[in-house]
Design a protein around this ligand. Structure first.
Ligand code: AMP
Length: 305
């Protein structure tokens, strides 16, 4: 099933308790696409970067098999989206140090005509107006899933609520689910979000895994257990989880509850490779064989058949 993603392609600055990395390749769309491409191809990207987009970031994205970059616009007089964040000692919580919207403040990127048969749409983190703009171009879609984060809940809540009425699923962090609903229990918060429009919600809980609340039931998946030296930089883990999830769904061609449950396991295993390095390096240095081997481990550890 043809899969399309829009979101940010960004330049990240990441501080962890023991290291700092500058000008790292990131962005919600980039992480999602790199993760989804393990499972399904092509993954069609719609996004924009500015004239300051580092050449080595371009080389890295171009090196990933299975991505279609026809919808990636380079705007030489614009600035690339840039984000800085700092992780606290437990590596589970972080604060945003800065967000420079750059191209996100301009007209949304154009969608190539060759993408018109896309049926699975993932709206990775971006301004909800940009997400809505893209979604409305795909009236024949079979599944539309979105992600969002604290910034958009704070500055574009009404646009976000309008988007919720159009999407089928939402993937969101536990803290953002609470911010949105003022409910701390992730399942009750997910049910409150379902009242706002989507028919299923996946709440990501960092090292505590994720929960799917769907009309056909509830499913949980634990996180892949990593030791201290396996967690170098959690940035992009949420987007990679979504990429693994949607990539699996696209490859299976199924949209039912059991497929979503299996997709959550693949999302978890895919995301575990993002945590091991800064930026996209973790995903880019992983092979499909590595992924399958870790999936076998995960099935054994989590007793998933
Ligand atoms: P995650 O760790 O999965 O939440 O994703 C972090 C990635 O999202 C980083 O690579 C950032 O460049 C990007 N990002 C951070 N803030 C935003 C935002 N407000 N909108 C879109 N993308 C963002």
């Amino acid at each position: 099933m043809p899969l399309l993603v829009t979101g940010t392609i960004g330049i990240d600055t990441v501080h962890t308790p023991t290291a700092k990395a500058e000008e790292v390749s990131g962005g919600s769309c980039a992480y999602f696409a790199a993760a989804a491409a393990f499972h399904h191809e092509p993954v069609r990207i719609v996004g924009a970067v500015g004239g300051d987009w580092p050449e080595n970031h371009a080389t890295l994205l171009e090196s990933i098999d299975g991505l279609c970059l026809d919808g990636l616009e380079r705007r030489n007089d614009s600035k690339t989206f840039a984000w800085g964040g700092r992780y606290f000692d437990n590596m589970n919580q972080r604060e945003t140090l800065f967000t420079e919207l750059g191209v996100l403040e301009e007209a949304p990127p154009k969608v190539p005509a060759s993408y018109s048969d896309s049926r699975l749409i993932f709206l990775a983190n971006s301004h909800p107006t940009v997400q809505m703009d893209l979604l409305l171009k795909f009236p024949d879609r079979e599944l539309a899933v979105a992600d969002t984060m604290d910034l958009w809940i704070n500055i574009a809540r009404d646009e976000l609520l309008a988007l919720f009425k159009e999407i089928d699923g939402l993937i969101i962090n536990d803290s953002e689910a609470e911010q949105l609903t003022e409910i701390s229990n992730p399942i009750t918060a997910a049910r409150a979000i379902i009242e706002m429009g989507p028919s299923f919600v996946i709440v990501k809980k960092g090292e505590h895994g994720a929960v799917l609340v769907h009309k056909d039931g509830i499913a949980v998946v634990p996180a892949f257990p990593l030791e201290l030296d396996g967690v170098i930089d959690p940035t992009g883990a949420g987007d990679s989880f979504a990429g693994g999830f949607m990539g699996y769904i696209a490859a299976s061609g199924r949209l039912d509850f059991p497929a979503m449950q299996a997709g959550m396991a693949w999302g978890t295993v895919t995301a575990s490779f993002t945590l091991g390095s800064f930026g996209l390096d973790g995903l880019c240095s992983t092979t499909r064989e590595d992924l399958e081997a870790r999936m076998l481990d995960f099935r054994r550890i989590a007793q998933i058949s």
